[in-house]
Write a protein that binds this ligand. Structure first.
Ligand code: NAP
Length: 278
């Protein structure tokens, strides 16, 4: 079984980003990371994203706000960052605390700075197959893993487990645009195993530790694991039991070291695209 390593995909994206960056005039594009509260997952993602931007030669500035900031106060601060001409792109860590209306922020964010595709305009573009906007970075990271490894999607049976707006739904649209034949699964799917076994490309994005094993995978399928979970021993793991894929899958992404490692590289790519589109 071929192991599809995120670091190799990220290195290829880095080359593309740096070639594009060389053509950009003026200061390097700047990413604003907005974090409310001290959620350890957010802080870990922020560290990873900051490291990646710096490694790619991009600027990054973090904006931190207390978990109990009011809706009005946060919106005021958000609008300052959103309107700052020195900020090329924004990553807002979510979910936001309950007192802040996230829907309002999705509508407020400048679509041209919305690198993680949360604004209605960018979502609509993903669903319309229009690549002039920004798709959510994780969904696009899955497509980048396939592209970098020269695994075509056209005509293939693709099954996506999970239908969130962050991963499953936009990813299904990107797969459709790439001419895959897409099946989407969720908690009400009656024959999950059958739908998974039927896939030539299987994407797991359910957020359930090792819920899929080799029995769910068709012979020689490509398996992409988006899940980031903690197993019973407190170790990071995906939605797929990676060890059970040997002899079944043709190729698969590990967790950690798979799709997650590509997500921040896509964020960097979007940042440079935002600068180019200005
Ligand atoms: P989410 O919002 O909780 O959505 C999970 C989806 O999976 C839902 O649509 C749910 O179905 C479905 N699901 C859950 N259990 C299922 C089951 N037993 N059988 C079939 N479908 C099931 O999660 P998310 O934000 O999309 O994230 C999914 C995973 O990806 C998480 O582990 C998350 O940590 C990870 N993630 C990784 C990255 C990265 O950079 N690699 C980025 C974002 C998220 P219903 O709609 O019916 O409830």
């Amino acid at each position: 079984m071929r192991v599809l390593k995120g670091a190799e995909v990220s290195a290829k994206i880095k080359e593309e980003v740096q070639a594009a960056l060389a053509k950009c005039k003026g200061a390097a594009p700047k990413l604003a990371i907005i974090r409310v509260g001290e959620n350890p997952d957010d802080m870990s993602y922020e560290r990873g994203a900051t490291k990646k931007m710096e490694a790619f030669g991009l600027r990054v500035e973090s904006y931190h706000f207390p978990a109990d900031i009011s809706d009005g106060e946060f919106k005021e601060e958000f609008q300052k960052i959103n309107g700052d001409a020195d900020v090329t792109g924004i990553l807002m860590l979510r979910p936001l605390p309950k007192q802040i209306c996230e829907k309002d922020i999705e509508r407020m964010i400048d679509p041209k700075k919305d690198l993680d595709g949360i604004s209605p305009e960018n979502i609509a573009k993903v669903f319309a197959g229009d690549s002039s906007g920004f798709a959510p970075c994780t969904a696009e990271a899955v497509m980048e893993v396939l592209r970098a490894n020269e695994i075509p999607v056209e005509g293939k049976r693709v099954t996506v487990v999970g239908r969130s707006m962050v991963v499953g739904k936009p990813l299904a649209m990107l797969m459709l645009k790439a001419n895959g034949t897409v099946t989407m699964c969720h908690t009400r799917t009656r024959d999950l195993k059958g739908a998974c076994q039927n896939a030539e490309i299987l994407v797991a994005a359910a957020g359930k530790a090792k819920m899929l094993n080799g029995d769910y995978v068709g012979q020689d399928a490509v398996v992409l694991d988006v899940g980031i979970n903690v197993d019973e021993d407190g170790k990071l793991c995906g939605d797929v039991d990676f060890g059970s894929l040997e002899g079944k899958a043709a190729a698969a992404t590990p967790v950690p070291g798979g799709v997650g490692a590509v997500t921040t590289a896509v964020l960097a790519k979007h940042l440079v695209q935002a600068a180019q589109r200005r």
